[in-house]
Design a binder for this molecule. Structure first.
Ligand SMILES: CC(C)(COP(=O)(O)OP(=O)(O)OC[C@H]1O[C@@H](n2cnc3c(N)ncnc32)[C@H](O)[C@@H]1OP(=O)(O)O)[C@@H](O)C(=O)NCCC(=O)NCCS
Length: 121
């Protein structure tokens, strides 16, 4: 298999947060952000391997500050490291306040994704 540059498999996924994404305190639920992290990582992994991939683990996930409803989320996923059948993928989560344009890094995650998929039992 031919090698690929990081840019060839990198994925940028954007999403406008809406009221249905809120937790009890009115900010964006961490689980919603995790779902988008998982999806962005899956795109980068699949682009790299060009076959189905599964998330083996979320090795680290740091939430630096809350994401507010209405913020425009941008997730940047790229391959950090490639193993025999697995990859480490880093995902940077940025949130933009659309009224002011202020954009900050709110979370960062590292996932291990394995090539192949598990058939339902
Ligand atoms: C992840 C999964 C495929 C691992 O299967 P497995 O047969 O135990 O994998 P192996 O022991 O053969 O390891 C294969 C590779 O995955 C890596 N790996 C497996 N489990 C891992 C884990 N928990 N964390 C980090 N890496 C892991 C191994 O280091 C190995 O890497 P390498 O080939 O680059 O050296 C399996 O546990 C599974 O299907 N889990 C469910 C996945 C899922 O449903 N995810 C959520 C939705 S996508």
């Amino acid at each position: 298999m031919e090698g690929k540059t990081v840019n060839e498999s990198s994925a940028i996924v954007s999403y406008v947060t809406l009221p249905q994404d809120a937790n009890r305190t009115g900010n964006v639920h961490g689980g919603v952000i995790m779902k988008h992290i998982d999806s962005a990582a899956a795109v980068a992994a699949t682009r790299h391997a060009r076959c189905d991939c599964v998330t083996a683990s979320i090795d680290k996930l740091d939430f630096f500050s809350p994401v507010y409803i209405g913020n425009f989320l941008t997730l940047k996923a790229s391959i950090n490291l490639v193993g025999r059948t697995s990859m480490e993928i880093g995902v940077r989560v940025e949130a933009e306040d659309l009224l002011t344009g202020e954009t900050t890094n709110r979370a960062t995650a590292y996932l291990t994704t394995k090539v192949g998929y598990t058939v339902a039992a």
